[in-house]
Design a protein around this ligand. Sequence first.
Ligand code: 6LW
Length: 507
Amino acid sequence: MTQPATNQADRSPTALRRSGSVHPIVSGFYPDPTICPVGEDYYLAHSSFEYFPGAPIFHSKDLVEWTQIGNILTRRNQFRRGDGKPSAGIYGSTLRHREGRFWFITTNVSDYNAGQLIVHTADPAGEWSDPIHIPEAIGIDPDLCWDDTGQCYLTWHALDFTTGEQSIRQAPLDLATGRFTAPDYPLWQGSGLPAAEGPHLYQIGDYWYLSLAEGGTERGHCITVARSTSPRGPFESCPSNPIFSRRSTIHPVQNVGHADLVLTPQGEWAAVYLGVRPRGSTPGFHVLGRETFLAGIEWRDGWPVFVEDRFDVPVTSTDFFDDFTSPELDMRWIVPGGEPATAVQLAESGGITILPPSSGGAGLLCTRVRDLQWTAEAAISGSGRFLLRLDDRHWYGLSLEAGRVKAQARIGGVQQDLAEIPATTNIVTFRIDVVPPSSAPVPVGDAGPDEVILSLIDGGMARELARLDGRYLSTEVASGFTGRVLAVAANSHPAVIHSVSYQGHPD
Ligand code: 6LW
């Protein structure tokens, strides 16, 4: 039986919408959060899958307001490309700080035979080290902890990528070499639900607490915990597991799991965790990927209890205007399966040239969508595309080539031109609007999560070329672990992108 995560008397949708747990602290496709405190500061990192640079890292002073300070994996020798397929690449991770140094351990599933991957640094906003691989630890979701003797332990979700056999395992680790200093062994395997993942160990008082995500990262996701007097176990399962879940509830944030606990300088505990905001008629469609949320943690009878509305999380602006005049690309820009340096040339007069894939580059540049409703525009000349994409088989967009403007859609194996008109100016401005669905998601309705409007700005007015159901750009339809991104791309010729603007429209 799940303990009531809070003592809220009123759990109606209206009441829940007022609770601070409705808004993410980092909105958009920033999943698998891992957090560490350093003095009065907090640092937060995320999985990033096939996108490069990988593992975005954020900073905060209050756990609520976060600013991205960089990406951890910025060199290909840290993040070997592999097949670059959708939802491959960088999975769940752990960020820790010890004796003046930051440690980040993760899995590149595009290079899974290399085992877990560790990088470290003294400056989290700067360059991180070359990788230390741990070939004895095949699987995902690695965690690092240290006991009072300074012995480091690697705990991870051992996964045989061919047989699918899986378990939570641990080994004492030599961080300098990435080698086990003794054979690995099984640890607590969770409360019995499938997909026990995301292990994190914390030494708190007389106990070592081991938290897990169980149930899989969909609607059955939950957080469980066990404790022991040793990091090696044996572990005692919490009698009220799962200690946090939204399964079988009407809460607007679902799929909650994959938590990491953090101790504040004031001696209180909190937790970051992932969740999704599904919209539309059943089964509900989430389009921004898994986002990062914040809860308080109270201790009752020696066990952690989630207090989901401890923090009031405001909606913060995610708006931007980029004319690419800065000497380097802004850290928001990422490339699926490739690297910006081979896809993009900064033009001296501002703007960028995106080279077509035939040149050997990825042919596009992306940035995460961070709001449920928003408007974006891109000024393009010559040849080019402006897309809302989930992956290379699920996207809606506008294309300029040979003086012709097209609205297009790709859903799975089907691609369709939806409208075609002549371009009326050398530099065209494409606009994408995402708005609520026109049909209300009544209990038995068939509404998608939103509608995507593709327009050409013509004579200062938005000329609508297509209006599409957003459900086909959701994770429930496309599958995988990522979320929507905005993309500017080349056609068969190089694209000149003069500027991109984005404006969120909060609920
Ligand atoms: C993550 C693991 C998971 O590493 O999905 O569903 C993986 N659970 O914890 C990618 O987010």
